[in-house]
Design a binder for this molecule. Structure first.
Ligand code: SF4
Length: 437
């Protein structure tokens, strides 16, 4: 028996896609621990590991008889999330179905109208979900709980944004034991911070999801507690900070790195981070390395000053070259991540990107490429709505960032294909087994 069953919705391609089960779903694990702290019995399934199995879902519903099923989805997994909601409702119409996560948070007005969805948790869900489960189990309709959207029969009601959790240390550590960590390719993910971002890159939805909510940081003690659990408890020797911008707050980053540098664990461990090139320097990169970091991912995204300015990235090609060189000098593996294409790209800027990618590779960076995807909540979505770019998609399933799906303002998808092939060939990404097709 369980009060709550948490379900991570899978991508359609799970089974053929080795990336699908990369990390445990930290957001659901945080919600699981917040619910447990209030005494609720929680179970969880991550269908990203094996793909959606209706048989398994029905068997779990039958065994656990949950009062509430909480489904987490992002854009690509949203259709499977709705499938899960429909199965739950069909299995037992009395079960309360809640959806949350990045996509439902941004699209709550439409998600709340889905027939199998009772409530949408909008934004930071830890406290909202606890209150929602409490009121459901007490037989009340959670109409006054902040951060909830639902269909009233007379339109969708949104109860309003919930104030952000000021101190994330007040939340218990994520309940990783809800998920089979040994089945993930990269099981050791953790967060230093949560919330919005002071930058506003036009392709990014982070500030729509978090409603511009400021960054809040875990203390070094709390981060160390989670590192101990992962390394000494679970025996995971390589961890990955899942923060978009690990070095966002310099003093807090330095405090944490100082702490990690003197941390003694019973077995060797290391970690990787992602950040912006303009938020590091030689000293900080050395300190990262001394603290145990083996790699840093820089979101570079575009390959010329002109395009970096157009996409609102707020960094320069000089920043990028310098930080890559400094990170290599600090003995860090560097991954420079790019996107393709951007709405203002032309043949000329794409060729400039190819040359810049090759240059960074020469400087010692590995390269990765994500296909630009106009997620809800991004500036690029607005361009698609205005007809400035076209989007080739049969549904949300196609929002996987693994294939070419947008035109630019001046190049059709057909015209972009040979340029994509040239980019993959010239940069060596075509040879890598995991290269996007
Ligand atoms: S891409 Fe990174 S730096 Fe830009 S807004 Fe998103 S999280 Fe912030």
């Amino acid at each position: 028996m369980a009060d709550v069953l948490l379900v991570n919705a899978p991508a359609a391609s799970v089974g053929s896609d080795a990336h699908a089960s990369l990390n445990p779903p930290l957001g659901l694990a945080y919600i699981g621990s917040a619910l447990r702290e209030q005494g609720f019995a929680v179970e969880a399934i991550d269908f990203n590991i094996s793909g959606l199995s209706e048989q398994r879902l029905r068997a779990t519903l039958s065994r656990t008889e949950p009062a509430v099923v909480g489904i987490s989805a992002h854009t690509e997994t949203y259709p499977r999330g709705l499938d899960i909601a429909a199965i739950v409702t069909e299995f037992d119409p009395e079960t309360t179905v809640v959806m949350g996560g990045a996509h439902p948070s941004v699209t709550y007005e439409s998600t709340a109208t889905e027939p199998a969805v009772d409530y949408v948790v909008v934004g930071e869900g830890d406290r909202t979900m606890v209150e929602l489960v409490e009121s459901t189990i007490e037989g009340q309709r959670p109409t006054d709980i902040l951060g909830v959207a639902f269909e009233t029969g007379d339109g969708v009601k949104f109860t309003g944004r919930r104030p952000f959790i000021e101190d994330p240390d007040t939340l218990p550590p994520p309940a990783r034991d809800l998920f089979p960590l040994h089945l993930y390719r990269s099981p050791g993910n953790l967060l230093f911070s949560r919330g919005g971002c002071p930058f506003n890159c036009h392709f990014c939805a982070v500030n729509s999801i978090w409603d511009e909510g400021g960054r809040r940081f875990h203390s070094p003690d709390r981060v160390v507690e989670e590192i101990r659990e992962l390394v000494e408890g679970y025996g995971i020797d390589h961890l990955n900070f899942a923060d978009d911008v690990f070095t966002l707050h310099r003093p807090k980053t330095e405090q944490l790195l100082d702490r990690l540098s003197s941390l003694e664990l019973s077995q060797p461990w290391s970690f990787t981070v992602a950040t912006r090139v303009d938020l590091v320097d030689q000293d900080l990169l050395e300190r990262l390395s001394e603290a145990g970091a083996t790699g840093v991912q820089f979101g570079v995204e575009a390959g010329s000053q002109e395009m970096l300015e157009t996409i609102g990235k707020g960094i320069t090609t000089e920043d990028i070259r310098e930080s890559v060189e400094q990170a290599v000098a600090a003995n860090l593996d560097v991954l420079a991540s790019f996107m393709f294409p951007h709405p203002s790209d032309t043949e000329r800027t794409i060729r400039a990107q190819i040359e810049f990618m090759k240059e960074l590779h020469e400087l010692g960076a590995d390269l990765s490429l994500a296909y630009t995807t106009p997620y809800p909540g991004t500036g690029y979505r607005e361009l698609a709505k205005n007809g400035e770019i076209t989007v080739e998609a049969d549904g949300w399933d196609d929002y996987d960032a693994k294939h070419l799906m947008i035109s630019t303002r001046s190049l059709s998808i057909e015209e972009l294909r040979p340029l994509r092939d040239e980019l993959l060939r010239e940069t060596g990404l075509a040879q890598q087994p995991a290269a996007p097709q």
